[in-house]
Write a new protein. Structure first.
Length: 78
């Protein structure tokens, strides 16, 4: 029983660290997206590149939000 309790504590610790890392990264991604959005469009290439970067950041943000929701679901089922 003690071994499984230690395993559960380790899993909780890893899950907590993962949540913290995801939240920190999500905040950074949102900040980066805000900064990229403010960049001026100097040429058609820079405008196109900015749009592609924003699209990619939106996908990453969605994935990170999915991971947080997934961790929340795990917590709610415990």
């Amino acid at each position: 029983m003690i071994g499984s309790e230690i395993d559960l504590l380790c899993i909780e610790s890893v899950k907590s660290s993962l949540r913290d890392a995801i939240n920190g990264s999500l905040i950074s991604l949102i900040g980066l997206k805000e900064q990229v959005t403010k960049l001026p469009g100097m040429t058609s290439k820079s405008i196109k590149a900015r749009k592609e970067i924003i699209r990619t950041l939106n996908k990453l943000i969605s994935e990170f939000e999915f991971l947080i929701n997934f961790l929340d679901d795990i917590d709610s089922k415990e």
